[in-house]
Design a protein around this ligand. Structure first.
Ligand code: AMP
Ligand code: MG
Length: 409
């Protein structure tokens, strides 16, 4: 029988050093692809877009009413035509005349203003109106929405619904965006079963692969499931190799601790170059990172909370960088504690919390017991409180740093 090892062979690195190593590994985006613009929301633009034309190309009416010459003053005008949006008519307006015009229709030549129908009266072909009319009134001037040559969207922008509209308004049907990383996820453990299998004595349902694949997808990547590997070294080696063939990034869960059947760390070391094998961090101390060529491998712990928090703090920024996001980290803000917190004595801890906007400040309530097996501590959590190690309890009202990882409600 194999003897138990008493001490980890992997030196402990700081969170900052682990993040720096991962940043170096993921510094270069994977490449780009062309997609149709209307599939662009959430994708990251790989090229800068400049306006290639003025929008609008001609002055347009911003109201339903009449186009006229302001220099004619308040005298009644003879109504000579009607222009509707899209009717394509190009008229010239003589002094003393007006045309009926609808919102979005180009102004006739010579007209410099429009007046809204509510201020007008038309009878026997003559137009009268209340008040005066200013040059430029109710007119959208040429290039007022966008100037030819203007920078519209920089490379690296995460495209919003508004951006998709902007690109469409410019007649851009195809865009170049960074490729989504393909991420393979493997669960390990003799005790781990599919959620629709019967669970024997001592078994647990596989939460991690499903949770990690969901997180991978939410990070903008394509996930591949490698299933569950029993704690068998040869089988796990085969699964890791399969992951490396099929994906840009490989994530495993479980099998990275000091147990006699924890094979992932020696396997990642055998198959690649190890960048670190332990992090001074809670929950998720045994997290490992290795690489082979351009492929990055993360060995995450088996406890469900540890694997998801480690994903958030270490893996997600790499996945965002690989798809060209110049801001791969979650926003970090200061929040006020609504519940007291006991720090870990020796490691920085990322505690799950619900942050909300209350009375002009961001207030954090805990999600309850922070055990690394208790997935309920992730329920509704939209923040990770970054708690420095220490032995002083943090009182209600203390300010702490928080990574905002979900919508603030
Ligand atoms: P390990 O990191 O393999 O030592 O596993 C640590 C703990 O997490 C053990 O209690 C495992 O049963 C549990 N665990 C491992 N993998 C999973 C998984 N995929 N889903 C849920 N729990 C797991
Ligand atoms: Mg295990």
């Amino acid at each position: 029988m194999k003897e138990m090892q008493r001490e980890s062979q992997w030196p402990m690195v700081s969170v900052a050093d682990a993040q720096a190593a991962i940043a170096a590994l993921s510094a270069t985006p994977l490449g780009s692809e062309s997609i149709v613009t209307h599939h662009g929301a959430g994708r990251i633009l790989a090229h800068t877009v400049h306006a290639h034309a003025d929008i609008p190309a001609e002055p347009r009416a911003t109201v339903d009413g009449y186009a006229l010459r302001s220099s004619d003053g308040t005298t009644p005008r003879r109504v000579v035509a009607e222009l509707t949006a899209g009717d394509g008519q190009q008229l010239e307006l003589a002094p003393g005349t007006a045309v009926r015009i609808m919102t979005g229709a180009p102004l006739p030549m010579g007209a410099d203003a429009a007046i809204m129908v509510e201020r007008t009266h038309e009878s026997a072909g003559m137009l009268t109106f209340t008040g005066t009319v200013r040059a430029g009134e109710c007119v959208l001037p040429v290039a007022s929405d966008m100037h030819r040559g203007e920078l519209v969207i920089p490379a690296g922008a995460v495209l919003s619904a508004g951006d998709v509209g902007l690109l469409a308004s410019m007649g851009i049907k195809h865009i170049s965006v960074f490729r989504r990383p393909v991420v393979a996820v493997l669960s390990t453990g003799d005790e781990v079963y599919e959620y629709d299998e019967p669970i024997p004595f001592g078994g647990v349902r596989d939460a991690n692969r499903h949770a990690l694949l969901a997180a991978v997808q939410a990070a903008g990547c394509e996930g591949i499931s490698l299933g569950i590997a029993r704690d068998d070294e040869a089988l796990q080696r085969m699964k890791i190799r399969e992951g490396l063939m099929r994906a840009d990034v490989l994530i495993t869960s479980g099998g990275v601790s000091m147990g006699t059947r924890d094979f992932i760390k020696p396997l990642l070391a055998e198959l690649g170059t190890v960048h670190f094998g332990r992090i001074a961090f809670k929950p998720g101390k045994p997290t490992m990172c290795a690489s082979v060529g351009q492929h990055i491998m993360f060995g995450l712990p088996g406890n469900p909370v540890s694997s998801l928090v480690s994903f958030e703090v270490f893996v997600r920024p790499a996945l965002r960088r690989l798809q060209g996001d110049p801001h791969p980290h979650r926003p970090q803000v200061q929040v006020t504690l609504a519940d007291p917190i006991t720090p870990s004595p020796d490691r920085p801890e990322y505690q799950r919390a619900i942050v909300s906007w209350q009375g002009g400040q961001l207030v954090a309530s805990t999600t309850g017991a922070q055990g690394s097996s208790r997935l309920l501590s992730m329920r509704a959590a939209n923040a990770l409180l970054v708690i420095a190690p220490g032995d002083e309890r943090l009182a209600v009202g203390s300010m702490v740093d928080a990574l905002i990882v979900g919508e603030v409600r």
